[in-house]
Ligand binder design. Structure first.
Ligand SMILES: Cc1cc2nc3c(=O)[nH]c(=O)nc-3n(C[C@H](O)[C@H](O)[C@H](O)COP(=O)(O)O)c2cc1C
Ligand code: SF4
Length: 409
């Protein structure tokens, strides 16, 4: 299969504008500019492109929710990439930046935005400077700025650096942070397409989502749907890490199985060990038992839940049989306790207690009651937190205790 997103792996120096233009660069944008804005949105809707930031919400549907009685409109690219195990957006931005920027331009045209922002985690400052250069090159070539390609469409793209907080990847905390406030989630509704940045209608999309858009406009919804499944069309970048021989980013059609990803592409498990568990969506995942049923499950939004997980941002972490899960959940709890923003009580207090209990259990000082209490705290948090971070923090804890009780004996 040819790459749709990681095209730089086939085409050297694709991050140089002249090379990009020789390789059909900006053709999607040129085509979109000749279309009605609603048709652009409808094409993305028909392609069934689902958001790659984790929730899998259909991108075209989100664009169509923009409130046309409230202007101006904004587009924000979510480049916070903070989920442990996720490292795909950085590769796109560094190696195929123009396709990403082209995707932002098409989305902005579709929703009538004249300003778009890229929110990057603070540690990505070098990437932000690099993108600033690429934005300038696109302006000089007439693909950004005033009257793009002689049309009455104008767009400025700005980069914005966060300070390196995981919660600022949550779209409403991200918007608060962009407005110069403390990065904490907003109560929803209203959702960003009705009230987002500066209370104006805003589309927030992940970097990979936006980078998929030029291909869709160029090849049409039908061309895009040649890859993937009915409910999960297209290709996806899987960030593969953990106990695997060849960790890295793999762009594959949605519907590829865990077995193909981990054993065919990832080269299997090192040192003759066996696979024990899989976290399909980074630290926020449930711990999936890596039996034959799970390994033969297609990586799609609809299939992964059948084996007790979620596809999320598809940061697949492989766990071999030498790992005791009491250690692994202690690591995830360190992370979530540190990153809990403190705005709501169940997550602020719950993550504190879960951290204490996982530490005690891992140190060997824990009792059977501690394991029961840990599960009880986690279960009580579920469905009560203001944003999904609180919920995420409980997933590995509850599923590990339920599915791997021997690791807590
Ligand atoms: C705690 C938390 C962290 C998140 N981090 C990211 C992130 O780093 N990047 C991202 O694109 N989405 C992240 N999301 C999801 C965003 O809230 C939002 O759903 C996404 O940016 C929408 O884009 P999409 O529809 O293209 O996926 C996070 C959500 C939560 C709850
Ligand atoms: S769930 Fe956690 S991160 Fe989300 S608002 Fe509550 S305290 Fe903050």
């Amino acid at each position: 299969m040819d790459y749709m997103l990681l095209r730089h792996r086939d085409i050297p120096k694709l991050n140089q504008i002249d090379v990009f233009m020789k390789e059909d660069g900006f053709e999607g944008l040129k085509k979109a500019l000749k279309m009605d804005t609603a048709d652009v949105t409808n094409e993305v809707k028909a392609a069934g492109l689902r958001g790659r930031g984790g929730a899998g919400f259909p991108a075209g549907v989100k664009w169509s929710f923009m409130d046309n009685n409230n202007w101006p409109h904004y587009v924000v690219a979510n480049a916070d990439e903070s989920e442990p195990g996720t490292f795909k957006d950085r590769e796109i931005m560094e190696s195929n930046p123009f396709q990403f920027l082209e995707g932002i331009a098409i989305a902005s045209y579709a929703v009538g935005a004249n300003a778009a922002y890229i929110y990057l985690r603070g540690e990505f400052w070098e990437v932000a400077h690099f993108l600033d250069e690429k934005i300038e090159e696109m302006e000089k070539a007439g693909f950004l700025g005033e009257n793009i390609q002689g049309t009455d469409c104008s767009l400025k793209i700005y980069t914005h650096l966060g300070a390196g907080a995981y919660i600022c990847g949550e779209e409403t905390a991200l918007l608060e942070s962009m407005e110069g406030k403390r990065g904490q989630p907003r109560v929803r509704p209203p959702f960003p397409p009705s009230q987002g940045l500066y209370n104006k209608p805003t589309v927030v999309n992940n970097v990979e989502t936006l980078t998929s858009v030029p291909y869709i406009i160029n090849n049409g919804a039908y061309g895009y749907r040649k890859f993937g499944t009915e409910k999960s069309p297209g290709t996806k970048i899987f960030s593969l890490s953990g106990n695997v021989n060849k960790p890295g980013n793999y762009e594959l059609p949605l519907g590829t199985t865990f077995r193909e990803l981990i054993f065919t592409h990832g080269g299997g498990i090192p040192d003759g060990k066996s696979i024990k568990a899989i976290m399909p969506a980074g630290a926020s995942s449930s711990m999936v038992v890596a039996n034959d049923e799970a390994l033969d499950t297609p990586l799609t939004y609809e299939d992964v839940p059948n084996v007790g997980g979620d596809l999320g941002s598809a940061s697949v972490i492989v766990v071999d049989d030498s790992v005791s899960l009491d250690w692994l959940i202690r690591k995830t709890m360190d992370f979530f306790h540190h990153e809990s923003c403190g705005k709501c009580t169940p997550c602020r207090e719950g993550s504190y207690w879960m951290k204490k209990l996982t530490e005690r259990i891992h140190s060997g000082e824990g009792t059977e009651e501690d394991v029961a209490l840990l599960k009880d705290v986690a279960t009580q948090m579920q469905g009560t937190t203001l944003c999904a971070l609180g919920e995420f923090s409980t997933m590995a804890v509850v599923s590990s205790i339920e599915r791997f009780p021997e690791d807590f004996a």
